[in-house]
Design a protein around this ligand. Structure first.
Ligand code: ADP
Ligand code: SF4
Length: 679
């Protein structure tokens, strides 16, 4: 039964001519499936509708070919040929009682003219945005502006035809032409579309009025607007023109969907932003408009959501990441199953999937993007044909996820863990400053497993091949993890570095509680969070820390998770000295000898009391080899198979369990999206 405290979240909300069945909105966000992969995309959206989200949104959908984000996984509603797919998506959303919305937009100077040969267009001649390309956008003529308005209208008509309940006018982030016209930094026009605030707002207002006209009394019109973007001078801020825009258009849209920009601020990770971090920027909006207000803030706690509603900050709770991590969040809440919610850990692996252009991935939810092509459901696992006994050695994220899938299928599952605490790397890494949310990966799974009568969890129980053989389990899964290399071999250099093996400390030593002496020299040839998170942790503990990396910048993977600039700022604030573009050649007498990575010219050595080597992790194959020698069939999963991110090892645990259950097609033979052949 639902806790009465949360009833307010299930109230209906009137949005112009339509009514949302509750206050939960699965936001427009990239899902890694472009218009080229409609089946997978529909699978994601339908699952959310099934999971109880009152409004399920289509990601950014381009209105015409002058807005072209080719190569990035976005949607299109360019012409009537696109309507059918959208209509099918909406049919599946409506079948579960949810409303469907579409974020219609034109990406302006963010477009990639290189793809179809139409130059990107903007208010003025401007450098195109992201990625850095040697191209400039052209300044739109009055005729272009007229055509843009007409195309917005036409796209709205198509959205209506496709059955959407809410259509967006998109003016947020750096990916909207309306936003580009509004920004004084971008708009250098001298006609009635440039200069004064009213002039810069003109196109936005016109498009909004015309969209309202087209929507009529049938569907609602939402505006998505970033009230704050403080990345440089002459920008929109919540206490300046951000507020003025809301005041000027106050009751024109049926719904205000407000956020902050750029994307790295909008999608802050748990390492840098607390839940509800956007409140300070958007809380004024409800005072300026009478229309409902929707906002985001990596909400995962129902109490925070309730507080936002009760205190008059928001009317609707928007979630991108929470709905990725747990598409059934609203339904679980409604059914009084709050402890079953799989909480987002705020790691932004989902964002990284989009920035590198693959299907949406999630650390907490391995079933995302697999709903259609692999038939994986986030909550249900088909029952196993016969009840068998699975022994899982190792209780890290891979072992726990495999255990959960097998236990849900009805098998008897035994998990053994050598350490006294369960959870493997996530439990250990969660103790590093800034990474406490990582622990949720183990917490969620352990809570579920502890409720199940067919599961035994043993800690302090290291198994060797003899002990495994004695168990006589029907299935054996080795989820024994991996350990950090000590010898300096890493990602950019595959061979050991002189002097490392005997003296270097590794992250495993630190997580085991070794006493660290400063000054510490960290050698980072891993390029993700471990080296910099430990640098901050050690520096916060009072040690002098330097960090050396062979690449031109620190931790480039963190650019994909949108964290890199903030991570570098954090290192600076803790006084950590950084040495990018610096390759280690050896460690001797308390000093790291180094050279420039590009020119290979020798640089002054970097001295320290402790060398911390953070390069790559390696599995230990000996247990698997010993089992093979005895003829004991087994699977090696997670980091023990291919050391990777927490996301990749959770996925490995899930996939291996489904394979074991016989629920998986042959490797690579999941359903594929096939383009139409016209020849
Ligand atoms: P993954 O990320 O693949 O889940 P982790 O490193 O997080 O891997 O977890 C592996 C766990 O397996 C660790 O907690 C480790 O203590 C445990 N482990 C390793 N070898 C054994 C063993 N022989 N018996 C039991 N537990 C083991
Ligand atoms: Fe949350 Fe990480 Fe999943 Fe993204 S990948 S939804 S941030 S847990």
């Amino acid at each position: 039964m639902m806790d009465p405290r949360y009833e307010v979240l299930f109230e209906t909300v009137k949005i112009g001519p339509v009514t949302a069945p509750n206050r939960f909105v699965s936001m427009p966000h990239a899902i890694g499936h472009s218009y080229l992969m409609p089946n997978g995309a529909i699978g994601i959206r339908e699952t959310r509708a099934e999971g109880g989200w009152g409004i399920v949104s289509m990601q950014l959908s381009e209105i015409d070919p002058t807005s072209d984000l080719s190569g990035l996984p976005y949607e299109r509603l360019w012409d009537d040929g696109d309507v059918r797919t959208h209509a099918k998506s909406n049919e599946r959303i409506h079948a579960h009682g949810a409303l469907a919305s579409i974020e219609l937009g034109h990406t302006g100077i963010r477009s990639r003219g290189i793809s179809n040969g139409y130059p990107a267009q903007g208010p003025s001649v401007l450098p195109t945005l992201k990625p850095e390309m040697p191209l400039m956008a052209r300044a739109m003529t009055k005729e272009d502006i007229r055509r843009l308005r007409e195309n917005y209208r036409a796209a709205t008509r198509r959205a209506k035809q496709a059955g959407y309940d809410i259509v967006y006018v998109y003016a947020a982030h750096d990916a909207s032409i309306l936003w580009h016209f509004l920004q004084p930094a971008y708009n250098r026009r001298t006609d009635e579309y440039g200069g004064s605030f009213e002039n810069r707002l003109r196109l936005f207002r016109e498009v909004l009025e015309e969209t309202k006209e087209e929507a009529g009394n049938d569907i609602a019109v939402a505006v998505r607007f970033a009230v704050h973007e403080a990345s440089g001078p002459k920008r929109i801020t919540h206490d300046g023109e951000g507020r003025a825009v809301i005041a000027a258009l106050a009751d024109l849209p049926d719904l205000w969907d407000v956020n902050i920009s750029g994307w790295s601020r909008d999608s802050g990770t748990s390492r840098y932003d607390a839940e509800a971090f956007q409140e300070e920027f958007v809380s004024f909006v409800k005072q300026v408009t009478r229309k409902p207000v929707l906002g985001v803030g990596r909400f995962t706690s129902p109490d925070t959501m309730v507080s936002q509603i009760r205190r008059g900050v928001l009317d609707l709770i928007g979630s991108a990441r929470a709905s990725i991590a747990d598409p059934f969040l609203p339904r679980k809440l409604r059914e009084g199953r709050i402890d079953d919610i799989r909480e987002c850990i705020g790691c932004n692996m989902c964002v990284a999937a989009e920035t590198i252009g693959v299907e949406l991935r999630c650390t907490q939810n391995p079933t995302i993007s697999e709903e259609w092509r692999r038939d994986w459901h986030p909550e249900r696992v088909p029952a196993a044909k016969t009840r068998e006994h699975a022994l899982i050695v190792g209780s890290g994220p891979a072992g726990l996820e495999a255990a959960l899938v097998l236990a849900r299928a009805g098998h008897h599952v035994t998990v053994t863990e050598a350490r006294e605490e369960l959870g493997g790397r996530v439990t250990r890494e969660a103790r590093i400053k800034g990474l406490s949310a990582w622990g949720r990966v183990a917490d969620y799974r352990l809570y579920q497993l502890r409720q199940m009568a067919n599961v035994d969890l043993y800690s302090g129980s290291a198994l060797d091949a003899d002990a495994i053989a004695e168990v006589e389990a029907d299935h054996v899964l080795l989820a024994t993890g991996a350990t950090w290399r000590r010898d300096g071999a890493g990602r950019s250099r595959l061979t050991p570095i002189d002097g490392f093996e005997d003296v270097a400390v590794t992250p495993d030593d630190i997580l085991d509680g070794i006493e660290m002496r400063g000054p510490v020299v960290i050698y980072d040839d891993d390029h993700y969070y471990m080296a910099n998170a430990l640098a901050v942790d050690l520096a916060a503990g009072g040690l002098e820390v330097q960090i050396v990396t062979p690449l031109p910048t620190l931790a480039p993977w963190m650019a994909q998770t949108l964290e890199q600039p903030r991570m570098i700022g954090e290192l600076k604030s803790y006084g950590v000295r950084m040495h990018p573009n610096t390759t280690a050649t050896g460690w001797a007498n308390g000093a790291l000898s180094v050279m420039r990575s590009d020119t290979r010219e020798e640089l002054p050595a970097i001295g320290g009391a402790t060398l911390l080597s953070v390069t790559v992790r390696m599995p230990d194959p000996s247990l698997s080899e010993a089992l093979a020698a005895r003829g004991i069939a087994h699977r090696v999963i997670g980091d023990a198979d291919a050391p990777g991110t927490i996301q990749s090892v959770v996925f490995s645990g899930h996939r291996n369990a489904r394979e074991l259950l016989g629920q998986e097609p042959a490797p690579g033979h999941f359903k594929r999206e096939r383009p139409t052949l016209f020849y």
